[in-house]
Ligand binder design. Sequence first.
Ligand code: HEC
Ligand code: HEC
Length: 190
Amino acid sequence: MRPGELAAACLAAALASAGAAAQTTAPPKAAICAACHGEGGRATIALNPVLAGQTARYLYLQLRDFQEGRRSDPQMSPMAKDLTRDEMRELADWFAKQKPPLQAFKVDAAKARLGKAKADETLCTMCHLGGFLGQNEIPRVAGQNYDYIVKQLADFKARRRTNDAGNMTSVSNTLSDTDIENLAHYLVGL
Ligand code: HEC
Ligand code: HEC
């Protein structure tokens, strides 16, 4: 290889690795999110959702819903207010690629069994897929934080959260408080 060619090859290699690095580097605003959603979206505050490994499409749609007022939360709504569509897409793609945390929550095995039975009976996985891994606009719930799952199911049931096009309000209507607790024990351990 002649010196000129070598330099060009080195430059190409450097550009390629810079490109690869850029994909794994957090978008600038992810640092703000970490305060509540943890490093890499692995939320340690149980009332806040894990974002790591969530589907990108769902994350993006929720950010849009918070911004446009279809979903609201006193902590989260102001965070979405000034994001551009490109920032939302970038954040959603990045959090979707992060590794979900190992859950530290102590699952009660008996409650989790009852939760699984309820999930089977209610056909949750028809939408959320087997193992609650989610797809596109349907969220992953596997390994989500216990307190957050309980709050969302209660919010859908009480219609405090209504951005689900009716999918979850009708399902959650059939759930008692005990069902919700059992389901959360099952889901956090998946
Ligand atoms: C001050 C705390 C706080 C900060 C900072 C924050 N969030 Fe949130 N976020 C929350 C809370 C609390 C919820 C859950 C609201 C609820 O209970 O419905 C939430 C929910 C979400 C959801 C919905 C997740 C789901 O599973 O439905 C997304 C997506 C999200 N936040 C993204 C972000 C991004 C991206 C950032 C950074 C730009 C961010 N958040 C910064 C507190 C925060
Ligand atoms: C008909 C389809 C469908 C069925 C059946 C269904 N879900 Fe959902 N679920 C959804 C959709 C869609 C969303 C997201 C709604 C939105 O965009 O805000 C959701 C959201 C959720 C969330 C909130 C996730 C988050 O990160 O905020 C939880 C928890 C949940 N579902 C649990 C369940 C459980 C448990 C069952 C069964 C008892 C169930 N779902 C059955 C479609 C469904």
